[in-house]
Structure formats: structure tokens, C-alpha cells
Design a binder for this molecule. Structure first.
Ligand code: MTE
Ligand code: HPA
Ligand code: MOS
Length: 766
């Protein structure tokens, strides 16, 4: 069992870990600054920055006219200008770039810039977007069974609306890039990006350079959470434009406020649903219209929408289902990837529905969930026709029901609620089934480059990026166990586009799945070459490769364990016999495919499963929520690193708790984000973790066909936080003795909770 600490943990604690803002490229460094739109929607009438250019210390000011290549940084669709031309579409959109000797000079220079705008009408919410018909792209649909018949054959039908809120990523390191011009056309960009190859591509495009002239390097990110999958490209492109124009290194490191104002967030959603079920609570038919607020441009919205459609079922078999997804353009920063990538928005709908059905039928919601879970032999095909294999729902449900004492606590809770007028407790169990693979099939590939040096040490390059999730620690484990070496003899290089080209983003929780396999593939190639040398050393030309064991820094023949050679000795020998000790590796996920027109296929290599039980206490006079206890049981296959996986489960869950409770983006009527700093935008703190927090990994569940039988873990636990939202709902419902459905949105802030309680109090006349 691997329990190595995170490879950078000690450096994070001492402050030695290097982030972009810590890199010192020498004396000639300039600071970059962005002059952005103060209007949500406006024509630019005139831009005058003559006076600003005269300010001492200002080196360059660039507008769209100074872009040598394409004025474009849209990652999928080319609908996002790098610098505004004659119209601005959100507050925070870049218009001018300033490079100066200090940040302070940049800010002084901005005060001398004069931009004349003509304000236009702005669309700032989904309802206005519907009214103005500001569709971004045509809708997408997935359908199975016969929805009309499904409703006809249902005993009961419920309809409703559920809104889910946006979310700010709040990575600790704000968006950052350092661009350093080199010889001829070369430029090197140190970027805090999840997607170095795309950053390279965008930098090359805006500068009118070839990709082989642009090198992007990422040592680590101080958190990303999807927020640096595409939107790190922006600061990288701006820094590169300034550095290219000035012939000097330029760094851009956004302030927290700039970052929160300028960058996209999780997509807000508004969903309309209609569900049909029989008198026992068995789901029969579901129709959902899902609407995402895309913001000002496409970014990854269509992929996010697709994942939302794929996760509308969460863990439940629904024989007749029709889900249609819509995307809407608004005058806000373009929304983007965020842990779960549309999954949370889809799952919130079905989980809310399960609770409504339970309340309607006066049954325990757990009973309704249990009845509808995907099963092993029957009812195991999703709405997009993927068969669910290695279903862990039953295992999870049996174990967590027992370990959390759900049923007994449900009884205690009733007693508590009956004897407390103002404090009400609620409990909820919620499952997660999350599809692992990029839903854009071609992205499911990865590369690696493994070098062995003559002293027997290993340098691994892979295409993934480290953002705190522990990918590098997992890769070290893969390499060290494949080569039988102590982890200290393995080092991972900073991710660099010149080492491994054409990589995919480290995203979709697939970082270790894809890059782990690519590294293993490179090591397999090296072992094949070493085999020749080993046969010579052991004087056994017949030696079977399966009999060659790499363990404890040595190599030996399984049948003659006494004949062995140390790894460094083997390497030196191989070198002298002229063996290439460097190999590239490659991996592509097998068998995945999806036909978008038909809405069917096998988009996911496998599913990750988890389950949570959360109990809360709501003060019905203030709306304050205490998270009393959470039990989580999660399926990570055979863990690549237990400590890191536990950390991912804790962190993902708590980030989800923020989304479902306190994180509430507030805008004024002009589209200004009002809470763009930590004093007003409330991410969870140490106070918000459950008072009693019990996490366990599901045992003895090796995942077939993945690196060391492991499972992706980055995103799935996020959605377990829906258990907290559902528990709050249960507690509020107790105010009216569970006779009324609480009217409720997500996030459940204290205000939302109080309003919902007031409505129930009106109904019961108290
Ligand atoms: N954990 C930390 N500490 N920091 C992060 O930025 N990002 C999450 C998750 N866990 C993130 C994290 C997201 S959105 C994804 S997709 C995965 O990590 C990406 O890494 P992986 O594919 O290696 O799991
Ligand atoms: N997850 C994250 N990023 C992505 C995906 C996905 O499924 N598809 C395309 N980019
Ligand atoms: Mo994660 S949202 O796929 O970067």
C-alpha cells in the first residue's frame, strides 16, 4: 500500500515551492497589467492612451491593433477576441495591455487612459436571455425509451424548476504567466495552466508564430479546479504579447479582485423538470430542460453541457428519459470548467427529484433512491446506452447504511425535531456515479518521456500538470513500482511542451489514468531493451521476460533469485553496450466512442462511485446551518496513494459544500460582480467542515484496465456535497412536519433557508 506524502508537501509548508510569481528572471522584468471594460455591454467609441505612454516607467501599451497574429483566444470556437476591438461584452474584458517597470506604475498609467463607451443593453441573467432569445449554440438532446408512454403509465407526475448557482474557483494562486523572449522568434512562457499545449497554441496564434517556437512550462499550479483549463491561456497570451513587443520578460499576476472580476466561473443553471413514477416510487419517465448561462463566449460550455446531460440520471435507472440542453449567451465573463464539469448541475436536478418523490409519497428518501439504483444484471443501461459494468452502488449502500447508522439516526432525529421548536435537524444519503473520460473522445490520449541516467536515476516527463491533486506523487509511485526502485531515485520534471507535445488538459479527473499509463508504456519499452542486457549478464538467452523481477533496487531472475544485479550496475552495463536509455510512452483510452447525433455510445471508460450521509442542524430563527456529521464511502479502485485520495475526497466534498451552501455570486443591475474578495464571497473555512467527518475507501475493488487498477478521484467527491443540501432541505421540511415541499434553490444560503422556512410557517399558520 502506497502512503507516500505528496512530493511537494514539505515545500508547501516551508514556502519553498516555486510558483510563477516566485520566478526571478533577472533585472529586466516588466509587469503586465490589463485595462478592462467597465461596462457589461458597450460600443467602444474612442481609446486614448497617449498620456499614459508618456508616464515614466511605462514601456509598452498595446491594443488589438498591435497583435501580430490572430486576435483570438477561443479554445474550441473562435468567438473570443484576445483584446476588444470595437465592442465589449462583459465587465472585465481586456481592452489594453500595459507593460511597465512596476505594478504601481501600471496602475498610475491606467488612470491616464481614456476610453469612451456607448452603453448598450446588457443581458445579465437567464430569464432575460430566454426573453431576448440569446442562444449560444443549438440545443443538444439525449433520449431513451418513450417519454409520452412513460408519463401515461405513471401513477404520479411532479413538475418543477431548480436553479443552481455559479461558483468562483478560488484557487489560492491567481492567474499568472511569465513570458521570456528568446533568440530569433523563440518565446518561453511559464504559465499556471492545466493545458500547456493549448496555451502554447494560443500564444503562437496571437503572436503569429509557429508552435515549435513557443515553449510552455508548468512546474505546478497553486490550485486550478478547472479554472485554468482554458482561462490560463488569457494571461499567458497577454504576457506573451507584451514580452514580444517589448523584447523583455513580462509577468502578469492578477490580484484577487482582478481575477474574480475578469475570469469565468461555474455555469449557473436553470432547469425545468417533469417526472413520472409509480405508487412505490419507481421512476418511469423523466423530462428535463437544462439551461446553462454560458457568459459572453463559448469557452468549454458545450462540453460542460454534454456532461450535464450525461449525468442527469446520476445513479438511477430511468427507462424513459428525454433531456435537452440549452446554452445562453449573457454579458458576463465566459463561464468555464469547474470540478464536476456540468455533472453537479445535472445531478442536483435528479437528487432534488428523488427527495420530492419521497416527500410526496411520505417515504424515507433513502428508500426511493435504493429502489431506483442501477442494478447489476437488469436495469443497467444508461440513457445514452452505455452498460454500467462493475457497479459498486450496492456495495457502497450496504456498507454506508451500516457504518453511518442512517436508520437509527433518522429515528433519533425525529425525536429531536419533535422536542425542539427552533432547532431542526435533517439527514440525507446521496450517491454519485461519475463518468471517467473526456467526453470529447480524441482528448483521451497522453504522452511521456522517461530518461534513465548512468547512475541509475530516473527523470520522468509526462503531459499532465500538478495542481495540488498529487498527480506527480502518483506518477512517482507508478515509475518506482514498475522499476522496483526507491521513490527517491525518481524525479518528475516540470511539464514542458518541448518534452511531451500535443497533450490534453489535465482535467476530467483523468490525469493519473492517462499519464500513468503513458509513463508505464515508456518504462515497458525501456525494460524490453534492458532485457537483452539482462539475458547476457545472467547468461541465460532463454530467460522469459515475465521472470525478470525489478525489486528493491535490484534485478533478478525469478527462478534464480540469487543471481541478481543492482539497477545502477545494469544501467551502466546497458550504456556501455550502447543501449538507448530514453523512451517516449503513449496511451489512448480503449473502446470509447459516442455518436452525438444518435445520443448513444460508450463515452466513459468506466464510472467512479461514492456515497455520503450528512446530518445538519438548522437554526430556524437565523437560517444558520451546522454540519454535524458526514460519512463518506468512496470507490477509488486500488488506490495509487491513500493519503492523496483521502485528501481529494475531503477537499472535493468541502468545495461542494461551498457550492451548495455559502457561495453566492451577487451582481448589481449593471453587471458588476459585488463580491469579488474573500470578505464577501464565502468559501468554506475550517468552521464549515463537518464536526464529525468520517471518510473511508471502499475495499477490495480493483478497477480492471486502468493503471495499477486504480480509479480517478479528482472530481467525483464534489457531488457528494449534495447530501448536505438535501439534509438542509430535510431539516427545513421538518418545520412543517414534512407536509410541504420546501421551496428551495441552490446555494442554500442563510437567507434562502430563512425565506423557505417563512413560506412553510405561512402555510402552517404559525
Ligand atoms: N485538487 C487540488 N488540490 N487542486 C486542484 O486544482 N482540481 C480538480 C481535482 N482536484 C484540483 C484538485 C479537478 S477540477 C480535476 S479535473 C482534477 O483534480 C485534475 O487532476 P487529476 O486528473 O490528476 O485528478
Ligand atoms: N472534462 C473536463 N474537460 C473537458 C472535458 C471533460 O469531460 N471534455 C472536454 N474538456
Ligand atoms: Mo477539472 S473541471 O476537469 O479541470
Amino acid at each position: 500500500m502506497n502512503k507516500l506524502p505528496h512530493d511537494s508537501a514539505h515545500k508547501h509548508v516551508t514556502g519553498e515551492s516555486v510558483y510563477i510569481n516566485d520566478i526571478d528572471p533577472g533585472t529586466n522584468l516588466l509587469h503586465g497589467h490589463i485595462v478592462y471594460s467597465k461596462y457589461a455591454h458597450a460600443k467602444i467609441i474612442a481609446v486614448d492612451y497617449k498620456k499614459a505612454l508618456e508616464l515614466e516607467g511605462v514601456v509598452k501599451i498595446l491594443s488589438y491593433k498591435d497583435i501580430p497574429g490572430d486576435n483570438q483566444m477561443g479554445p474550441v470556437f473562435h468567438d473570443e477576441p484576445c483584446l476588444a476591438v470595437n465592442e465589449v461584452n462583459f465587465i472585465g474584458q481586456a481592452i489594453l495591455l500595459i507593460a511597465a517597470k512596476t505594478k504601481e506604475i501600471c496602475r498610475e498609467a491606467e488612470k491616464l487612459v481614456n476610453i469612451e463607451y456607448k452603453e448598450l443593453e446588457a443581458i445579465l441573467d437567464l430569464d432575460t436571455a430566454f426573453n431576448k432569445d440569446s442562444r449560444l449554440h443549438p440545443s443538444r438532446k439525449i433520449e431513451c425509451g418513450n417519454i409520452t408512454e412513460g408519463f401515461v403509465n405513471s401513477d404520479h407526475i411532479l413538475e418543477g424548476t431548480l436553479e443552481t448557482g455559479g461558483q468562483e474557483h478560488w484557487y489560492l494562486e491567481t492567474q499568472s504567466a511569465l513570458a521570456v523572449p528568446g533568440e530569433d522568434q523563440e518565446i518561453k512562457v511559464y504559465s499556471s495552466t492545466q493545458h500547456p499545449s493549448e496555451t502554447q497554441a494560443i500564444v503562437a496564434e496571437v503572436l503569429g508564430k509557429f508552435r515549435n517556437e513557443v515553449e510552455v512550462e508548468v512546474r505546478r499550479m497553486g490550485g486550478a479546479f478547472g479554472g485554468k483549463e482554458t482561462q490560463a491561456n488569457h494571461v499567458a497570451a497577454w504576457a506573451a504579447l507584451l514580452a514580444n513587443a517589448a523584447g523583455q520578460a513580462v509577468k502578469i499576476h492578477l490580484t484577487r479582485d482582478e481575477d474574480q472580476i475578469m475570469t469565468g466561473k461555474r455555469h449557473r443553471a436553470k432547469n425545468f423538470y417533469k417526472v413520472g413514477f409509480n405508487h412505490t416510487g419507481q421512476l418511469n419517465a423523466l423530462k428535463v430542460d437544462l439551461h446553462l448561462d454560458a457568459g459572453s463566449s463559448s469557452d468549454l460550455t458545450m462540453a460542460i453541457l454534454e456532461r450535464a446531460l450525461f449525468h442527469i440520471d446520476n445513479a438511477y435507472y430511468i427507462p424513459n428519459l428525454r433531456v435537452v440542453g440549452h446554452t445562453w449567451k449573457t454579458n458576463l465573463p465566459s463561464n468555464t470548467a469547474f470540478r464536476g464539469f456540468g455533472g453537479p448541475q445535472g445531478m442536483a436536478v435528479i437528487e432534488n427529484i428523488m427527495d420530492r418523490i419521497a416527500r410526496f409519497l411520505k417515504k424515507d428518501p433513502f428508500e426511493i433512491r435504493l429502489k431506483n439504483f442501477y442494478q447489476n444484471e437488469i436495469n443497467n443501461i444508461t440513457h445514452y446506452k452505455q452498460k454500467i459494468e462493475n457497479n459498486r452502488l450496492e456495495l457502497l449502500e450496504k456498507q454506508i447504511l451500516k457504518s453511518s447508522e442512517y436508520l437509527a439516526r433518522r429515528k433519533q432525529l425525529k425525536l429531536f425535531n419533535n422536542s425542539n421548536k427552533y432547532l431542526k435537524r435533517g439527514i440525507a444519503l446521496s450517491p454519485v456515479k461519475f463518468g471517467i473520460s473526456f467526453t470529447t473522445a480524441f482528448l483521451n490520449q497522453a504522452g511521456a518521456l522517461v530518461n534513465i541516467y548512468r547512475d541509475g536515476t530516473i527523470l520522468v516527463n509526462h503531459g499532465g500538470t500538478e495542481m495540488g491533486q498529487g498527480l506527480n506523487s502518483k506518477i512517482i509511485h507508478v515509475a518506482s513500482s514498475e522499476l522496483g526502485l526507491n521513490p527517491v531515485s525518481i524525479k518528475i520534471n516540470a511539464t514542458n511542451t518541448s518534452k511531451v507535445p500535443n497533450t490534453s488538459a489535465t482535467a476530467a479527473s483523468s490525469g493519473s489514468d492517462l499519464n500513468g499509463m503513458a509513463v508505464k508504456n515508456a518504462i515497458d519499452k525501456l525494460k524490453l531493451r534492458l532485457e537483452v542486457i539482462i539475458k547476457g549478464i545472467f547468461k541465460n538467452p532463454q530467460l522469459n521476460s515475465n521472470d525478470i523481477i525489478y525489486k528493491n533496487g535490484k534485478v533478478f531472475d525469478r527462478n534464480n533469485p540469487d543471481t541478481s544485479i543492482t539497477f545502477p550496475e545494469l544501467i551502466e552495463k546497458a550504456y556501455l553496450e550502447r543501449t538507448s536509455l530514453s523512451a517516449t510512452g503513449y496511451y489512448k483510452t480503449p473502446e470509447i466512442h459516442y455518436d452525438r447525433e444518435k445520443g448513444e455510445g460508450k463515452p466513459f471508460h468506466y464510472f467512479a462511485f461514492g456515497m455520503a450521509v450528512s446530518e445538519v442542524e438548522v437554526d430556524t430563527l437565523t437560517g444558520y446551518v451546522k454540519l454535524l456529521r458526514t460519512d463518506i464511502l468512496h470507490d477509488v479502485g486500488r488506490s495509487l496513494n491513500e493519503g492523496i485520495d483521502m485528501g481529494q475526497i475531503e477537499g472535493g466534498f468541502i468545495q461542494g459544500v461551498g457550492w451548495v451552501t455559502t457561495e453566492d455570486l451577487k451582481y448589481d443591475q449593471n453587471g458588476n460582480l459585488l463580491n469579488h474578495s474573500p470578505d464577501t464571497y464565502k468559501i468554506p473555512t475550517i468552521q464549515d467542515i463537518p464536526k464529525d467527518f468520517r471518510i473511508d475507501l471502499l475495499k477490495n475493488v480493483p478497477n480492471p484496465n486502468t493503471i495499477k487498477q486504480s480509479k480517478a478521484v479528482g472530481e467525483p467527491p464534489f457531488m457528494l456535497a449534495l447530501s448536505v443540501w438535501l439534509a438542509i432541505k430535510d431539516a427545513i421540511s421538518a418545520v412543517g412536519d414534512h407536509q410541504f415541499e420546501p421551496e428551495f434553490s441552490l446555494p442554500a444560503t442563510n437567507e434562502v433557508i430563512l425565506e423557505s422556512i417563512e413560506k412553510i410557517r405561512e402555510k402552517i399558520g404559525r
